[in-house]
Write a protein that binds this ligand. Structure first.
Ligand SMILES: *Cc1c(COP(=O)(O)O)cnc(C)c1O
Length: 520
């Protein structure tokens, strides 16, 4: 890793202080750190001066990286196993100089990296961190706090409560909800279904019945994320009891079909226990009719969980809040600030209306972790599967404060505007076809030149997405909607601007013409 121009200038401009010594120790002053591992102490950490020097280099490298993303192809052109083959089979016995490690990061690792931070990354959900989040992440690693109990880091525990309350306020969710962060939406949904199962057990117990877990049935839509079905697998519930309720032509769960399925299950002696609605499904970002699901959940005493992993962030915009209508009636709710709120991986905000149910399901306090009880001292380990907890809230706090609601809203609105503009281009072009509504910042569409039979379109569009991705300037992913192969343009990267979307459109139309022409 090269010391960058800026670092060099900083080194040159170090003026002697009043006592003749350099005012600031230059990060490049080779006398402060000897990189020769032979002269290194074996016991103890990297000396602070060396840490300072390489810390500056790493930050400078990152600043250059963000300034010139075009130096990298979005996706590396490498074959599986290539990095494994290139690296030594065993780790070194002797410590190596940091210079070499950083050099090898650039030479060996980077060529195999997919650049999620590249402005042309528009696959899956385009997720990016942000500079304030990255700086906070460094401090989190530096402090390395482990939130087991309140007293193992009061700041970690209380900042988590504060930031999640702030977020709930932005999303107009009930202030009384219990909130905690988890490492991902999949883990958060698992917590929701654990609580739902516990609630069912307690209901049955109160009615003098014993819960038979083989009878438990969960309802979600055909378009729900796979993590919902996975909860059944993980909890030893019957996977075929994850019932996928059909969707309407706009990919939203049909509440009538849901209610029919529940009645059929009850008639068959089964035990419905949970409904999972989605706000912003993974393929098309469709939104289930949450108020109708809440009515049905209330009618049959079922737990209602809402997975808003991607679209929840849009709840901070007053003009998009209506998509969360009804969520305030849910028993649990999640969304991912790491997906579309510029917070580095991993940070899911998980809320629960009845935390005491979660606690009864998950609290297990061994003798070595008993602590003084205080009503204000929350011990998150009693509500969660993992014991150790990172100081995640710190990065959320940095991001929320640096951008403010206005800054975050401006970025989200720009992404939505770019997606709407892109959708309009698709709609106006006679040879492209949009395949789903665009409530947020994802556009599903395909190329459909006139005169080609329907059964050739899937292959044609598969070739189109491959051609775009092979160029290295953009990365798109795909999905299948009603058996139709669909390209997906997901705008959500904090570095993406209108110029990138313009270039993508030019490239798409050019490649489509190339692939679609009879000669090809
Ligand atoms: C992305 C996504 C998930 C999975 O999120 P992780 O944080 O990666 O577990 C779950 N549900 C929906 C709707 C998603 O879009």
């Amino acid at each position: 890793m090269k010391e960058t121009g800026r670092a060099k200038q900083a080194g040159k401009s170090a003026e002697p202080g009043p006592d003749g010594a350099p005012e600031n120790t230059s990060p490049l002053d080779s006398s402060v750190a000897d990189p020769d591992p032979d002269s290194r102490e074996l016991i103890g950490d990297m000396p602070p001066e060396e840490f300072r020097r390489y810390g500056h280099q790493v930050v400078d490298w990152l600043a250059d990286y963000f300034e010139h993303p075009e130096h990298y192809a979005v996706q590396p052109n490498v074959r599986p196993g290539a990095l494994i083959d290139a690296l030594p089979p065993s780790a070194p016995d002797k410590g190596e100089p940091m210079e070499h490690i950083l050099d090898d990061f650039e030479k060996q690792i980077l060529p195999h990296v997919t650049h999620w931070n590249h402005p042309g990354f528009m696959g899956y959900f385009a997720t990016t961190g942000s500079a304030p989040g990255i700086l906070a992440e460094t401090l989190i690693a530096g402090l390395n706090n482990i939130g087991l109990l309140w007293n193992t880091s009061p700041a970690l525990t209380e900042l988590e409560q504060v930031t999640l309350r702030w977020l709930a306020e932005w999303l107009k969710l009930p202030a009384s909800w219990f909130g905690m962060t988890l490492a991902g939406a999949s883990v958060a949904s698992l917590h929701a279904v654990i609580a739902a199962r516990e609630a069912a057990r307690e209901q049955d117990q109160a009615a003098g019945r014993q819960l038979d877990i083989d009878k438990l049935v969960l309802y979600t839509s055909e378009q729900a994320h796979s993590s919902i079905e996975k909860t059944m697998l993980v909890l030893g519930l019957r996977r075929d009891h994850c019932r996928k309720v059909p969707v309407d032509t706009e990919f939203r769960m049909c509440p009538e079909k849901l209610e029919q399925a529940i009645q059929a299950a009850l008639a068959a002696g089964l035990r419905p226990f949970c409904i999972v609605g989605t706000v912003g499904t993974t393929s098309t970002t469709s939104v289930d009719p949450i108020p109708a699901l809440a009515d049905i959940a209330a009618r049959y005493s079922l737990w209602l969980h809402v997975d808003a992993a991607y679209a929840g962030s849009a709840g901070i915009l007053p003009e998009k809040r209506h998509f969360l209508h009804g969520c305030e009636r849910a028993d649990s709710f999640l969304f991912n600030p790491h997906k579309w709120l510029f917070t580095p991986m991993e940070l899911t905000a998980f809320y629960c209306r009845r935390p005491e149910v979660l606690r009864r399901a998950l609290s297990l306090v061994p003798d070595y972790l008993r602590s003084r009880q205080d009503p204000r001292a929350v011990n998150f380990m009693e509500y969660a599967l993992p014991l150790g907890r990172r100081f995640r809230a710190l990065k959320l706090w940095f991001v929320m404060r640096y951008f403010g609601r206005d800054g975050l809203s401006a970025n989200l609105r720009e992404h939505i505007r770019l997606a709407e503009e892109f959708a309009q281009r698709v709609d106006e072009h006679p040879e492209f076809e949009r395949l789903a509504p665009v409530p947020f910042s994802v556009v599903c569409f395909r190329y459909r030149p006139p005169g080609l039979p329907e059964d050739s379109l899937n292959e044609l569009n598969r070739r189109l997405v491959e051609a775009i991705n092979a160029g290295g300037d953009f990365f798109l992913s795909s999905t299948v909607l009603d058996s139709r192969f669909s390209l997906r343009v997901a705008i959500g990267n904090i570095h993406t601007r209108g110029t990138h979307v313009d270039r993508l459109w030019e490239l798409l139309t050019a490649k489509a013409a190339e692939i679609g022409s009879p000669a090809a």
